[in-house]
Ligand binder design. Sequence first.
Ligand code: GRF
Length: 210
Amino acid sequence: MIKIAVLVSGSGSNLQALIDANLSGSIVGVISNKAEAYALERAKKVGIDTAIIEHKQFPNREAFDAVMHQQLLDWNVDLVILAGFMRILSADFVQKWQGKMVNIHPSLLPHYKGMHTHQRVLNTGDVLHGCTVHYVTAELDAGQALTQGVVKVNLHDTVATLAERVHALEHLIYPQAVEWICNRTIQHLDNGQVLYKGQLLEQPIQFCKF
Ligand code: GRF
């Protein structure tokens, strides 16, 4: 059984969705870089190990990442899931977990990498928006996309209403993508290629919510 660690910084609603999904992999630990993250309570409630590793306590990114890496090794982790983890990871850490680390980002990548995605979508006047599960590479929000959830942007949408709909969709597509990794429907090959049901995955699998 695949052993999973989830990295969080905040509320952890995506962590909750992963817990509730009864994955065929096992969530063996949750790491937070913030002691007050509610995600830690969610993990403790169901008996998942937690570790607080506060980035503020470390002189630089590399030192912080080295302690996280050691914790992941101690838990014998096969797959790292970033779920609202608000730290940029060092290239060295990313390389160590290449092909074994995924993230969810609130936009239809490659559009709107980085922050404030909902506001930027509204500013541009896009008609579609959503979220993307992708492998993590050293370049921010740029790794191979696995799944996407798509929502329609309505005339009266605000950042809050859009964020709410995208967030709800995250809770559907993230557990699905992780389950596909756990049961090997999705495979990351050593050469960087990603297979879905044994075929090269060229486009992310899309889920539309309209
Ligand atoms: C989500 O919107 C996710 O896309 C982004 O951070 C947020 C995490 O929310 N990466 P939660 O902590 O899972 O509720």
